[in-house]
Design a binder for this molecule. Structure first.
Ligand code: F6R
Length: 277
């Protein structure tokens, strides 16, 4: 059950938000929650099924999970992972592939069984994409669903690659990337023209079914979209607003990403202030 916003000063916020002094501090807290989930499941002889994201946002979490593995004996042998998305088309060994990203940042440094790693396949023949996507959903369901999904957020408000216009009950599918998303990826690809126009992504409905959802965002660059996702009206124009309907979601922010929320931007609207000249 999600923590309700019991504080008067968070009354504009439509979902639970935790704000940390720094990205590093927040990443350690999220990694500690993941580690606890993995260990709790281990102690019961169960698998931990994790939904994972790529991008710059979760790197600190993955670094800490690697440290916990190397220095504190955290084992990933009972962990099964499903990544949110992959560019399409994309070769797994390309520098920009999410396969490369995940192995470089996490999987190559921990004891996860590679057979337990699932990442949408960017090499599929177009005719095979639908069957692959249905199977991705089926595999998650057969394992009893995702225990925890971690998310970043794009400046379009996308979660996974569910761009504006995505349906709240959407499943894993092939999508077209928003122009802004492709601009944001241009640096990794040496120019926007090289960024694929499509991707395979878990749907909003897929994400929604996870038993726990943590969306992370850092830096001033994310502040405007965080304001919309947390305080704005729910709408397909900002897909992350659909998370407002979840009772097991939490946004984990650094102070810069939270800076446009009412309680920080115009605090006199939500609490008593002492005015100065
Ligand atoms: C990545 C993903 C995307 C990113 C988002 C933020 O797997 O699904 O939704 O989380 O684009 O990217 P960064 O973290 O690079 O700002």
């Amino acid at each position: 059950m999600a923590r309700l916003n019991l504080l008067e000063e968070t009354r504009y916020e439509k979902l639970p938000v935790s704000v940390y002094g720094s990205q590093q501090e927040a990443s350690l807290a999220v990694a500690a929650r993941i580690a606890k989930l993995i260990r709790d499941k281990q102690s019961r002889g169960e698998k931990a099924v994790l939904g994972l994201a790529t991008g710059v946002t979760p790197i600190g979490v993955y670094n800490e999970l690697v440290r916990l593995h190397k220095e504190e004996g955290l084992s990933f042998q009972n962990v099964i992972t499903f990544n949110l998305d992959e560019y399409y088309p994309m070769k797994p060994d390309a520098a920009q592939s999410y396969v490369t990203f995940m192995y470089e940042n996490l999987f190559s440094h921990v004891d996860i069984d590679k057979a337990n790693v699932h990442i949408p396949d960017g090499t599929l023949d177009k005719d095979d994409v639908v069957a692959f996507c249905l199977n991705y959903e089926r595999q998650i369901e057969e394992l009893g669903g995702l225990d925890l999904q971690i998310l970043g957020i794009g400046r379009t408000g996308h979660i996974g690659f569910n761009e504006p216009g995505s349906a709240p009950n959407s499943g894993t599918r092939l999508v077209t990337l928003d122009d802004l998303t492709r601009s944001d990826a241009a640096r990794d690809f040496g120019g926007k023209a090289n960024v694929p126009t499509k991707a395979i992504t878990m749907g909003i409905g897929t994400i929604f079914k996870a038993r726990e959802i943590i969306l992370m965002a850092w830096s001033k660059k994310k502040a405007p979209i965080i304001k919309k996702a947390v305080e704005g009206e729910m709408s397909g124009e900002v897909p992350a607003t659909y998370l407002q309907l979840s009772d097991h979601v939490e946004f984990v922010l650094d102070e810069a990403a939270a800076s446009e929320l009412t309680r920080f931007d115009t605090p006199w609207l939500v609490k008593d202030c002492s005015w100065e000249d």
